[in-house]
Design a protein around this ligand. Structure first.
Ligand SMILES: Cc1cc2nc3c(=O)[nH]c(=O)nc-3n(C[C@H](O)[C@H](O)[C@H](O)COP(=O)(O)OP(=O)(O)OC[C@H]3O[C@@H](n4cnc5c(N)ncnc54)[C@H](O)[C@@H]3O)c2cc1C
Length: 378
């Protein structure tokens, strides 16, 4: 058996034993799954894509995407606990100094330090160059003032990669942006926000009121590169969101295939009606296509190629597949799909995050089109 298969089997056992029986109650209560997090640490999920030299499992993006699909098909919120963390780790591993890598990555791989990425602010998300959070250098420290919003793992985690302005008047604007590794300390206040779906995992508003960070925790050895660094990390982020889309789309499809065989109308299972068969066929086709696009993007990422086009297409298609399949599953389940006793309404609430997070699907289309115009000059 391959190493990948051994890992995937371990993930399947963890999901069946430690997640599935508890997901519904924790999600409805919007309760952080502390015991599940301990099991995730033991499985090594917090170090899934971190290099082995820093204590991680060093898994490829292809294997990582398969894990994320499996987790999200059972409870998407669990994937958020290690995905945002691993995007942060990818930016550190790729761009930070060796000292910062050694200071943070081994503890992050164990899950003793859990992190996320703090980019979005109350006044801007898509237009990241408009951020206002400011880090001013005072001797060998940066002092941060500003507010970040919708930051996953900000309350339960202990460290964030924070996108800041180090030179607010720089032109072009991205030249004044830097990325800092910030541990919780005096002046850091995080407040949990309530959400339609993706509950259980914390998403918060973070106020930085004079938080002091050692200057050595700048990612890279010079200011002004923060936007490029985090955008490179987001390539892995988009592959992970695409894989979540595949997971949610698959879960909605499997529940629908099952229900179509047990629910009867007019003397036969609804799966015998052609109108339902057409829905099932479209749902299954979307799942297969979404998975193939995600795998293609992950292969491109693993080969070290630039993969904005592939990751953008996978993210766009797979997350729209999750939206469509959740919607169709709700229709197929009739009134039962509308009840919190049934997982269908959770898929219906979880899927919309995927079209917004890691760059909205409107933005993905713009990224894809720009790449096409670059790759096929007239
Ligand atoms: C549950 C949840 C968790 C999140 N976790 C994180 C996190 O961990 N870290 C983090 O930094 N952020 C996080 N976010 C924020 C998320 O990344 C942003 O919501 C997203 O980037 C969009 O930004 P916005 O909400 O400010 O929308 P806006 O940028 O205000 O966009 C509003 C609308 O305008 C459209 N639009 C904007 N510009 C254009 C354009 N040029 N052309 C066409 N359409 C355009 C958008 O597509 C969207 O439909 C999270 C959000 C949610 C809901």
């Amino acid at each position: 058996m391959s190493d990948e298969q051994i890992m995937l089997d371990a993930v399947d056992r963890f999901l069946a034993r430690d997640v599935k029986p508890y997901a519904k109650a924790l999600e409805l209560a919007d309760e952080y799954p502390t015991e599940i997090v301990e099991k995730m640490k033991a499985l090594g999920l917090f170090g899934a894509t971190i290099g082995e030299q820093y204590g991680g499992l060093g898994l490829s993006a292809v294997t990582y995407a398969k894990i994320v699909e499996r987790v999200s098909a059972v409870w998407m919120s669990v994937s958020g606990i290690f995905n945002s963390h691993l995007i942060m780790c990818a930016a550190i591993e790729r761009f930070a100094t060796e000292a910062v890598k050694e200071q943070f990555l081994p503890r992050m791989a164990r899950g003793d330090l859990r992190g996320g990425i703090a980019l979005t602010e109350p006044d801007c998300g898509t237009d990241l160059q408009a951020i206002r959070t400011r880090a001013q250098r005072h001797g060998d420290e940066y002092v941060i003032h500003g507010t970040k919003q919708w930051i996953t793992n900000a309350v339960q985690g202990n460290v964030l990669a924070v996108l800041v302005k180090t030179e607010p008047d720089a032109q072009p604007r991205h030249k004044g942006m830097s990325l800092l590794v910030v541990e919780k300390s005096a002046g850091y206040t995080a407040t949990k926000l309530s959400k339609l779906g993706y509950r259980g995992v914390d998403t918060g508003e973070v106020v930085f009121d004079g938080v002091r960070v050692p200057a050595g925790q700048l990612v890279g050895d010079a200011e002004g590169r923060g936007l490029q660094q985090i955008l490179a990390g987001l390539a892995l982020g988009r592959i992970n969101v695409a894989a979540r889309g595949v997971g949610v789309a698959r879960a909605a499809m499997e529940a629908s295939i099952n229900y179509a065989q047990v629910r009867e109308t007019f003397g036969q299972p609804i799966g015998q009606h052609q109108a339902i068969q057409i829905k099932l066929a479209d749902m299954a086709t979307r799942v297969e296509a979404a998975r193939l696009l995600t795998e293609r993007a992950a292969l491109a990422y693993d080969s070290g190629e630039r993969c904005d086009l592939e990751a953008g297409m996978a993210k766009l298609f797979a997350t729209e597949a999750a939206m469509s399949n959740a919607n169709e599953a709700l229709r197929i389940h009739g009134a039962y799909g509308y009840s919190p006793d049934n997982e269908i309404e959770r898929y219906y609430r979880d899927a919309p995050l995927l079209v917004v997070g890691e760059g909205t699907n409107e933005l993905q289309r713009i990224i894809i089109a720009r790449q096409l115009l670059e790759r096929y000059p007239a």
